[in-house]
Design a protein. Structure first.
Length: 133
């Protein structure tokens, strides 16, 4: 992933211009681009026991966007994709702190396209949860 620039030189066999140099730029795109790289969920105004946030995701052009799956490794974090099956989409993440035991406040959201995988770290802004009325 990234950009590489090289110069390729050829001998022409001509006396006037014995060598020609051609600049070549190669740009390798990531499988999935996610903005932001780390997602911080802010509490919902209707209650401090829930928080939500969203990330923008784009899938590289040579991959099938219909094969994208997005899952959380923690049940307290629920993910939703909108619109599903498109090359660029939003990932909505909702966290619920309700339950008999304290819910984890951080997780990884796994964005998979075929065999490729990108992880999005997610955490709840605990300072804002404590301050919420």
């Amino acid at each position: 992933v990234g950009t590489s620039v090289v110069n390729v030189s050829f001998k022409t066999g001509m006396t006037r211009e014995p060598q020609v140099t051609i600049p070549v730029t190669v740009n390798v795109q990531p499988v999935v681009t996610v903005q932001p790289n780390d997602l911080i969920l802010n509490p919902n105004p209707n209650g401090a026991e829930s928080a939500s946030g969203e990330a923008l995701v784009a899938v590289r052009e040579d991959l099938d966007p219909k094969k994208v799956t997005v899952v959380s490794d923690v049940p307290a974090f629920v993910v939703r994709v909108d619109p599903p099956g498109e090359r660029a989409f939003r990932v909505f993440v909702e966290w619920s702190g309700k339950g008999k035991t304290a819910a984890p406040t951080s997780a990884l959201i796994h964005i998979r396209v075929g065999k490729e995988n990108v992880d999005l770290p997610v955490r709840v802004n605990l300072a804002r949860v404590v301050q919420a009325p």
